[in-house]
Design a protein. Structure first.
Length: 350
């Protein structure tokens, strides 16, 4: 009896901005960017809204399974770049998908948003008896980028990723109160087998969420200057301080999740981290004693897509790697970002 990811999807536009093109816009070059970040290209959504990116990612997750969309009871949308404050991106996306009766709301935890949303979804699905939930992270960060600032414009891109969750503890309301164990056994068997595809499943085993108040404003968007009262619409980041924060808290999250669940390093088949910077990932791999070969990295193609980063990477990891050979082992995902927020989630590979 569990909450499982049964399908994933991701989407990025065909408009690609590579390092060579960036070097014509700002004083930088391909070698400089690669050495400092590991990023080669990023996708820019010139003609799609944040919600449209999300809808396309969700459509890809839904097409791989045969479920009734009316049984999706929850849609959580992690983003810092929604197109409207009201309605929320979650409701707009639900409308695009033809989902009419779901509880919908947005989560703003910056780059940790998808991890936060997955944890919330797990609790709500159990407590409120939802059969299915969609959790999506989608960002159009390009609208917040100062293309004259070479320290930040090289880092970010646009995209969306989605996970479809199934509640194996779900009980049909019509069956409640009936003393018929055979009916329940049959329903449980149905729930375990109703999704027929070649994708592996990930059971959510545990999660850690946390945050530290960003008193010195190391990472901001739409930040108001206390002296001039002017608002900067751009992403502003102290890269050195974010690096220190990420490499410190990331190791602590990994260590706590493993110790809490009595899991050894060799039981971890893969780590899917927030795709912020290759140097951060390399440092985390070294400090956690989890070899870099276990860390899934795709930031060279997408750059940092904030809350979309983990679900895009998760989708590619599930569909393009050896994980089918790792059933019974564990996958760990972690993220860190503005707030300062952080989180980690532990999955069992099924």
């Amino acid at each position: 009896m569990s909450i499982n990811i049964i399908s994933t999807g991701s989407y990025a536009t065909d408009e690609i901005l590579d390092n060579e093109s960036l070097s014509k816009m700002v004083d930088t070059n391909d070698k400089w960017i690669l050495e400092r970040t590991g990023i080669k290209t990023r996708h820019i959504a010139k003609y799609n809204t944040t919600e449209e990116l999300a809808s396309k990612a969700c459509e890809r997750a839904l097409k791989d399974v045969n479920i009734d969309k009316d049984e999706i009871g929850l849609l959580l949308f992690a983003t810092i770049s929604s197109d409207t404050k009201v309605p929320s991106s979650s409701y707009t996306t639900a409308g695009h998908l033809g989902i009419e009766n779901a509880v919908c709301f947005d989560v703003n935890a910056a780059c940790s948003g998808f991890i936060y949303s997955m944890t919330i979804a797990k609790s709500m699905m159990k407590d409120m008896n939802y059969k299915y939930a969609l959790v999506v992270g989608s960002e159009r960060l390009s609208k917040f980028i100062d293309w004259t600032d070479r320290s930040s414009c090289i880092l970010f891109g646009d995209g969306a990723g989605c996970a479809l969750l199934e509640n194996s503890e779900y009980k049909n309301e019509l069956l409640k109160g009936k003393n018929n164990s055979k009916v329940y056994e049959k329903q449980d068997e149905y729930l375990e087998n109703e999704v027929s595809n070649n994708l592996i499943k990930l059971e959510i085993k545990d999660a850690i969420l946390g945050g530290i108040y960003d008193k010195k404003k190391y990472l901001t968007v739409d930040s108001k200057d206390k002296v001039s009262d002017e608002v900067s619409p751009f992403i502003e980041m102290n890269g050195r301080q974010i690096y220190k924060f990420a490499t410190d808290i990331g190791v602590k999250v990994i260590d706590k999740l493993l110790k809490k669940n009595n899991i050894k390093n060799e039981d971890i088949a893969m780590i899917v981290p927030h795709q912020a910077n290759k140097r951060i990932i390399q440092t985390l791999a070294e400090k956690s004693n989890l070899g870099i070969e276990k860390w899934f990295i795709n930031l060279d193609k997408y750059g940092n897509t904030s809350s979309a980063s983990v679900p895009i990477a998760l989708d590619e990891a599930l569909k393009n790697t050896y994980l089918k050979e790792s059933r019974g082992k564990y996958l760990l995902s972690l993220a860190f970002g503005g707030g300062l927020s952080y989180g980690g989630i532990l999955f069992k590979i099924k």
